[in-house]
Design a protein around this ligand. Structure first.
Ligand code: SF4
Ligand code: SF4
Length: 192
């Protein structure tokens, strides 16, 4: 499979996301070794993202592949359908360069379909946006933001994959994302 167009898109997306994280740095607490975002989730992937992820997997050494295969067999979903990503090894992503879009945007504020602000999951662990976002009311703490004179205001992004599908760049490059399923479902189909 040829990923030339997709990697072109990912390179541009990465630069944009780097700028977004830098712009929002007063609210971001990501650091090496923090992997809560890969330990509990559904991980929606489109077809091209999943194929790209598996392209990264194929290039791994045999020992790492064995660990991932074992992790896949041991996926335990909870009642929400959430689970630990099988590609997470020793708190690091084993396929980092090939990870999905959802993985690249973990930790930012997302705008839900009803217009409400959805803070990242790790906010309730005292991490991203926990200083300015109330998880219960789903509202930004305007008073706190004003009192602290942060350099930049919190910015809410539309991280829905449908938004990415509609980007001019995606259309210009002619990228087809394909179906969207949870990573666990893709892996199940892949194994069949
Ligand atoms: S998004 Fe949250 S859980 Fe993930 S690395 Fe950043 S701070 Fe940690
Ligand atoms: S693919 Fe990598 S970044 Fe994405 S959830 Fe899995 S371990 Fe985390």
């Amino acid at each position: 499979m040829n990923f030339d167009k997709y990697t072109k898109f990912i390179d541009i997306l990465n630069k944009d996301l780097e700028a977004m994280f830098e712009h929002q740095k007063d609210y971001i607490f990501c650091k090496e070794g923090c992997s809560y975002c890969c330990e509990y989730g559904e991980y929606p992937f489109t077809e091209i993202e999943f194929n790209y992820l598996m392209d990264g997997y194929k290039k791994l050494n045999e020992e790492t592949k064995k660990i991932i295969v074992k992790n896949i067999k041991n996926i335990q979903k909870d009642k929400n359908g959430y689970y630990k990503c099988p590609f997470l090894i020793d708190k690091k992503c084993s396929v980092y360069n090939n990870r999905g879009i959802v993985c690249r945007t973990f930790g930012l504020l997302n705008k839900e379909a009803d217009g409400k602000v959805n803070g990242p999951f790790c906010g309730k662990l005292g991490l991203n946006y926990s200083n300015v976002y109330d998880k219960e009311t789903k509202e930004l703490l305007i008073n706190v933001i004003e009192e602290n004179h942060y350099k930049n205001l919190p910015r809410v992004f539309n991280l829905n994959i449908n938004n990415f599908r509609e980007l001019d760049l995606v259309k210009e490059l002619g990228i087809e994302f394909g179906d969207q399923k949870s990573l666990e479902k893709w892996l199940k189909e892949y194994a069949e």
